[in-house]
Design a protein around this ligand. Structure first.
Ligand SMILES: *Cc1c(COP(=O)(O)O)cnc(C)c1O
Length: 355
């Protein structure tokens, strides 16, 4: 049995894999594979419709908020957001909470002025800033709700008068948030929603169309809204797998229900790290991520032996990101609590062997 703690691409529900593999062989009664089916067929149009309506339903979105499935990963949104929302003479506010925020900041600077209103860089990104102000005239305020590499997460969403924009790639659908309070939300699918190759964008229509820039057709959110995410060929299979995962989430009680499980999984692992004499987590307690749990060992020379021991016990994907070292266990929605219990057992056994 494999316990998959990969940070992304990452674990999805087993039944989703079963249904997805069936669709590759033959989709429904069509007699052909989903991979050889036109995207304007009734079959695929229905899949796209259902995927979008599941997002609306799970996030409880109002009518102003439109749901798009786009290409290019979250990284494309780093540029697409400012291209659609920011004029050269205007400013956008960004919170710098890690590598992904820094990359978003870098791209935004190509389109307008960027005001980095807070940063936890001096603290090696081990906390979420909480003492800052966002100038009223900033066109939007961008945050990264969960910092996949460092293992921090905004415990609450800051309240400002600005349009809020969020990169939710690694905690989308993991906790209840007032999604309607955001002007724009984006997420690469491969962390908590589906396979790599598709992006979810939720955008409030009211914030669009205000820039004076001429936006290339494929980059303008308004065109994708008008065409129902079918401006060009969508990533058909990736959208289908997302739809299956969203169905699974709904059948399991939706975001509120999964949040309870996510809280339990995170509490279990953090309490083991805090109690086990070999391990330590350096993140400010209130800002600990419930999706990506990063930890190191007091004795660095034990890290390799622990990693090997974990592998021998069926645990994969816990090697930390090269920038933060140590370990990272990603506890995405589809990861069963039994995998976390198993990891905790393995940590205890290892501590007994090396105590
Ligand atoms: C993984 C990740 C990204 C990058 O996603 P791509 O789809 O590879 O472009 C961006 N932001 C966050 C928070 C991530 O975790």
């Amino acid at each position: 049995m494999i316990h998959n703690f990969n940070a992304g691409p990452s674990i999805l529900p087993k039944e989703v894999f079963e249904q997805a593999s069936q669709a590759v062989l033959a989709y429904g009664n069509s007699g052909i594979s989903l991979l050889e089916m036109g995207h304007r067929t009734p079959e695929f149009t229905a899949i796209m419709e259902e995927a979008r309506s599941l997002v609306k339903d799970l996030m409880k979105l109002d009518d102003d908020h439109k749901v798009l499935f786009l290409h290019g990963g979250a990284s494309t949104q780093f540029m697409q957001v400012p291209m659609n929302l920011l004029d050269p003479k205007d400013s956008a506010a960004y919170a710098d909470t890690g590598v992904w925020s820094s990359k978003a900041i870098k791209e935004a600077k190509l389109f307008g002025k960027v005001d980095v209103v807070c940063s936890s860089k001096d603290n090696r990104y081990r906390n979420i800033p909480n003492d800052f102000a966002v100038p009223n005239d900033c066109k939007y305020f961008h945050i990264t709700t969960n910092n996949t590499i460092y293992g921090t997460q905004w415990p609450t969403i800051p309240k400002t008068s600005n349009v809020m924009v969020a990169d939710m790639s690694s905690d989308i659908f993991s906790r209840v948030i007032d999604f309607n309070s955001f002007g724009l939300i984006y997420a690469g699918a491969q962390k908590n929603m589906g396979p790599a190759g598709v992006n979810l964008v939720v955008v409030n229509e009211q914030i669009l169309g205000k820039t004076k820039r001429t936006i290339p057709t494929i980059m303008d959110y308004r065109n994708h809204i008008a065409e129902g995410s079918m401006l060009n060929t969508p990533p058909v299979f990736a959208v289908y797998v997302c739809m299956l995962t969203l169905r699974w989430l709904k059948a399991n009680g939706g975001i509120a229900a999964i949040e309870k499980w996510n809280n339990e999984k995170a509490a279990l692992l953090y309490s083991e790290i805090d109690e086990n004499p070999l391990f330590v987590n350096h993140i400010h307690k209130t800002d600990r991520s419930k999706m990506n749990v990063c930890f190191v060992m007091h004795d660095e020379t034990l890290e390799k032996p622990f990693l090997d021991f974990a592998h021998e016990n069926g645990i994969i994907g816990i090697k930390g990101h090269r920038l933060s070292g140590g370990f990272r266990a990603s506890l995405y929605n589809a990861l069963p609590i039994s995998s976390v219990q198993h990891l905790v057992e393995v940590m205890r056994t290892f501590a007994q062997m090396h105590g």
